[in-house]
Design a binder for this molecule. Structure first.
Ligand code: CTP
Ligand code: MG
Length: 235
C-alpha cells in the first residue's frame, strides 16, 4: 500500500464503565482535568496519518459529548459522534458504518486506553499500511497457568503470549467483512483482531507501551494520574 492511504480512527466510548464505579460513564470521567474520551480522541488526532476521528458514544450520552467538545480545543479531524450499541462489537460496527468512503484503513481504539501515545499509534498504522492488519500489544509479564477446576493443567511458554491493546488497524473492507461474518456466525470477540483472524487474515503485532493499559478499575485512575504527572515533568 502507498503512503497516501487515508486512515480513519474509530474511538469506542459507549460502555457504561460498571467496573470503574464512578458517578459518570467511564468515557466522561475526568483524568488530569479532561475526560478519558478526550484524551483518546486527542492522541489519535495528533497522528499525522489519521485523517478523521469517529467517536462512538452511548445514545443517551450524545448531548453530554457535544457539550464537552464545546469546552475542548479545536479538533478539526473529529466527526460528529454516532450512537453505540449494547456491546463493544456493536459500537465498533456503528462507527464502521459511517466512515468516509475514501478511507482505506481504520484504527479502532478504546476510549478507556486514554494514555495511548501518538508515536505508538503511528507505528501500528505504518505496519498496517504495509501488511493490511496490525495491532498494538505488550509481552505478558506474569507466568501463565492454564487452569481447570482450580488445578493447573500446564504452564505455557510465556514468551509466545502477548496482551492485546488498541489501536487495532485493518483495511476497512476487511474489518467490515469480519464484523458481518461475526454477526452471521453469532460470534462475540473480545477484540477486533479476533474477528479478523476468523477470516484467515494474518494480523501483525507491534510492541505497544506498557502504560497503554485499559482503565478498568477505580485504582487505574490513580495510576493514570501519576503516569500523566510524570510525563508532564519530563516534557
Ligand atoms: N464500549 C463501547 N460500547 C459498549 C461497551 C464498551 O463502546 N457497548 C467501549 C468502552 O467505552 C471502552 C471499550 O469499549 O472504551 C472497552 O470496554 P471496557 O473497558 O469493558 O469498558 P466498559 O464496557 O465501559 O466497562 P465495564 O465493562 O466495566 O462496564
Ligand atoms: Mg465492558
Amino acid at each position: 500500500m502507498l503512503g497516501g492511504v487515508r486512515v480513519a480512527a474509530v474511538v469506542v466510548a459507549a460502555g457504561r464503565g460498571e467496573r470503574f464505579r464512578q458517578r459518570l460513564p467511564k468515557a466522561f470521567v475526568s483524568l488530569a482535568g479532561r475526560p478519558l474520551v478526550l484524551h483518546a480522541v486527542e492522541a489519535l488526532s495528533a497522528v499525522a496519518a489519521v485523517s478523521c476521528v469517529q467517536p462512538v458514544v452511548a445514545r443517551e450520552e450524545l448531548s453530554r459529548f457535544e457539550a464537552l467538545l464545546a469546552g475542548a480545543g479545536e479538533l478539526p479531524k473529529l466527526a460528529p459522534a454516532v450512537a453505540g450499541g449494547a456491546e463493544r462489537q456493536d459500537s465498533v460496527r456503528a462507527g464502521l458504518a459511517v466512515l468516509p468512503a475514501d478511507c482505506e484503513l481504520v484504527a479502532v481504539h478504546d476510549a478507556a486506553r486514554a494514555l495511548v501515545r501518538p508515536a505508538a499509534v503511528a507505528r501500528v498504522i505504518e505496519v498496517a499500511k504495509r501488511e493490511g492488519a496490525a495491532i498494538l500489544a505488550a509481552p505478558v509479564q506474569d507466568t501463565l497457568k492454564r487452569v481447570e477446576k482450580g488445578r493447573i493443567l500446564e504452564t505455557p511458554d510465556r514468551a509466545s503470549f502477548w496482551a492485546a491493546q488498541t489501536p487495532q488497524v485493518f483495511r476497512v473492507d476487511c474489518l467490515r467483512e469480519a464484523h458481518a461474518k461475526a454477526v452471521a456466525d453469532g460470534v462475540r470477540g473480545t477484540d477486533d483482531a479476533a474477528l479478523v483472524e476468523r477470516l484467515g487474515v494474518e494480523v501483525h503485532v507491534v510492541a505497544g507501551d506498557a502504560d497503554n493499559f485499559k482503565l478498568t478499575h477505580p485504582q487505574d485512575l490513580v495510576l493514570a494520574e501519576q503516569i500523566l504527572a510524570q510525563r508532564s515533568d519530563r516534557a
